[in-house]
Design a protein around this ligand. Structure first.
Ligand SMILES: Nc1ncnc2c1ncn2[C@@H]1O[C@H](COP(=O)(O)OP(=O)(O)OP(=O)(O)O)[C@@H](O)[C@H]1O
Length: 214
């Protein structure tokens, strides 16, 4: 699906411009410095594509005084069984009866990820694994990977580990997409330009892994 023509201006400042990219099946990763425009892009695409079956995990969220089960069902006509496949794979069954506001930050995030995965054909996730422990990061990445032929994911992250499992990557800087292609084609130069930091690529089991070269 071609996304184009998005422009966001706040006051006199152009926050997003020259946006054109293909939102493909699988994992579409959005990388870039703090303030590059990733969240604004995600929110703009959600608006442009309203009317489609969407799931959204924001990077920051409020904590309503309702149960976890009610958070899952909020805004839908779903039954709990619609969420079942993800409740176990993300390990949140033990949380279902709890008040959402009493969960830890990581637990809240897992609940919102469960909701988005079950509800969306297009799934937008803003830094989905930030604040998650290693096992839960692996759980989230593994579930998303298993859904890559069924759904389209648009995911922002600062975690370079995601590159190894992404299908497509776009890199933002100063409100523009400065590079986009398959994850396999991403190289150190692109990331060093994006982050203005030294980055090293290593190959592990045929996958490109990028690490900070400090
Ligand atoms: N309501 C607003 N008023 C003024 N500036 C804004 C507003 N919302 C966003 N911006 C600016 O737009 C730019 C892009 O913000 P955005 O949140 O999209 O960045 P980001 O790439 O998601 O950053 P981060 O990695 O820190 O989450 C930033 O410079 C931010 O300060």
């Amino acid at each position: 699906m071609l996304i184009q023509g998005i422009k966001v201006k706040i006051g006199n400042r152009l926050i997003l411009s020259d946006i054109q990219f293909e939102l493909s099946r699988g994992v579409n990763l959005v990388l870039g410095q703090n303030g590059a425009g990733k969240t604004t892009l995600l929110r703009s695409v959600i608006q442009v594509l309203r009317g489609t079956r969407q799931g959204y995990v924001p990077s920051e969220f409020s904590s309503p005084e309702i149960s976890v089960e009610d958070v899952l069902l909020a805004g839908t006509r779903n039954r709990l069984r619609n969420y079942e496949p993800f409740i176990d794979s993300l390990g949140i069954r033990r949380l279902l009866g709890r008040a959402f506001s009493t969960l830890s930050t990581g637990e809240k995030k897992l609940v919102l990820i469960t909701k988005a995965l079950a509800e969306g054909e297009l799934v937008f996730m803003d830094e989905p694994t930030s604040g998650l422990d290693v096992r839960n990061q692996a759980r989230v990445i593994s579930v998303i990977s298993s859904l890559r032929t069924e759904k389209s994911f648009l995911i922002t992250t600062h975690d370079l580990n995601w590159i190894g499992m992404a299908d497509w990557v776009m890199v933002m800087k100063g409100g523009k997409i400065i590079w986009q292609s398959t994850a396999n084609e991403l190289n150190e130069e692109v990331l060093e330009n994006a982050y203005e930091s030294k980055v090293k690529r290593i190959n592990v089991d045929g996958k490109n892994i990028f690490i900070l070269n400090i």
